[in-house]
Design a protein around this ligand. Structure first.
Ligand code: FAD
Length: 370
């Protein structure tokens, strides 16, 4: 590749340095002890989420006409990567950034006017996503939660699982069957998307039960028992919900992969600092190749993964689900997971800060997650 071609490729990617610097500054107020205390108490990072919200970072992808910043996916990726590079965790609120895409792309004007300005300001939290069920995970078209039309309402019955942040959300994007699978022309037909007003529904047909997990991810089981959802909360056409949900996943995959890159950068820095600081036999342990090589390998893997995520950002098109946009983030997480694992284990158990973050990143969490 010529130098000119390299320079051109580099200039095509907007790194959003100003945003990164500002996010890094915000994160300085939320150091390791803040997160370790939350982990111990399995508590929600309310203050951190408030700070991100008030700074406008969670609304950057919402168009300006609805009160957001109207920025591109690269800005969202920069924000979430920077949060994780600083040792913080955006998992508590990242869905506020992208779940609104379902309303933005497939909602009608009235729905956009009703929900998007509140989501942009943070007054409304749309960060719960009800798709997975106990008997249907990856096989989404087999989900059983059913929404039956009755006058100007739908009556919803069923159950969701791993519904993250349900207790910290005002609204939920819900995927439910509106036509039984056996009566649908295709198995992916007959599924519909609704916006559920969770605050109004709680105790009126909606029950949320927290699930205790290895990591602090505020995840829950959600039960629907004759829950009434106004028909005006149906997003797009009835029966086409499967493709609406899929269309939102490109953004989600890219943004969460950016968090994985940020995690890897955090671990590599911690490992490097400790290797330079810890002296044994009268010299820093980092002078030994047995310590140097794994860190160098992790760095090379992280940079390769970073390039893949950037390529996914470059190819991002919110509606189509391109083969590569789906795969880049998956591959990036495969690179980053060993980085986090090996750097945390190789050095020393004394590094409790490092161990704490490593422990909180389970295999499940390190793959692109919701
Ligand atoms: C941290 C976290 C947060 C989550 N938050 C949410 C949320 O907010 N909302 C929500 O709806 N869901 C959420 N989920 C659920 C998540 O999206 C599901 O776990 C996912 O859809 C997979 O479903 P499953 O766990 O039932 O796996 P299964 O469907 O049981 O699959 C298990 C494994 O088998 C593999 N597999 C299955 N079939 C095949 C096949 N034919 N070929 C090859 N491999 C196959 C799968 O890839 C997977 O690795 C969350 C999960 C995690 C870990």
């Amino acid at each position: 590749m010529t130098n000119a071609a390299t320079a051109d490729t580099q200039s095509a990617y907007d790194n959003h340095d100003d945003i990164r610097n500002a996010v890094a500054k915000l994160c300085e107020g939320f150091q390791g002890e803040y997160w370790r205390k939350l982990d111990r108490e399995m508590a929600y990072p309310t203050e951190f989420v408030k700070a991100l919200t008030e700074s406008g970072y969670l609304g950057v992808l919402i168009p300006e006409e609805y009160g957001g910043a109207g920025l591109k996916i690269s800005a969202g990726a920069a924000i979430l990567e920077e949060v994780h590079r600083a040792g913080c965790n955006a998992g508590a609120c990242h869905a506020q950034m992208y779940t609104m895409g379902t309303v933005l792309r497939h909602g009608n004007d009235a729905q956009k006017q009703k929900f998007l300005p509140g989501i942009a300001s943070g007054e409304l939290r749309l960060q719960a996503f009800g798709v997975t069920e106990p008997t249907s995970g990856t096989d989404t078209s087999s989900l059983k939660t059913f929404a039956r039309k009755e006058g100007d309402h739908y009556i919803v019955n069923g159950q969701k699982i791993w519904t993250s942040r349900a207790e910290h959300s005002d609204l939920m994007v819900l995927l439910a069957r509106t036509t039984p699978k056996e009566q649908a022309a295709k198995r992916t037909d007959g599924l519909s998307v609704f916006i559920v007003d969770m605050k109004a529904a709680l105790g009126n047909g909606l029950t949320i039960r927290p699930i205790r997990t290895m990591m602090n991810h505020s995840t829950t089981e959600v039960f629907f028992d004759n829950l009434k959802v106004p028909a005006e909360n149906l997003i797009g056409d009835e029966g086409k919900g499967f493709r609406y949900i899929l269309s939102g996943m490109n953004a989600e995959r890219i943004l969460i992969s950016s968090e994985c890159i940020g995690d890897a950068k955090w671990f590599i820095k911690k490992a490097t600092d400790y290797a330079n600081e810890r002296a044994v036999f009268g010299r820093p342990i980092g002078q030994n190749q047995g310590i140097q090589f794994p860190i160098a390998k992790a760095y090379a893997s992280m940079r390769a993964a970073e390039l893949m995520v950037r390529e996914a950002v470059r190819q991002f098109f919110p509606v189509s689900c391109s083969r590569w946009t789906k795969r880049f983030p998956w591959i990036s997480s495969l690179f980053c997971l060993p980085t986090c694992r090996s750097n945390s284990r190789r050095l020393s158990p004394k590094q409790s800060a490092l161990a704490s973050k490593a422990d909180s990143i389970s295999l499940a969490e390190s793959i692109p997650r919701r």
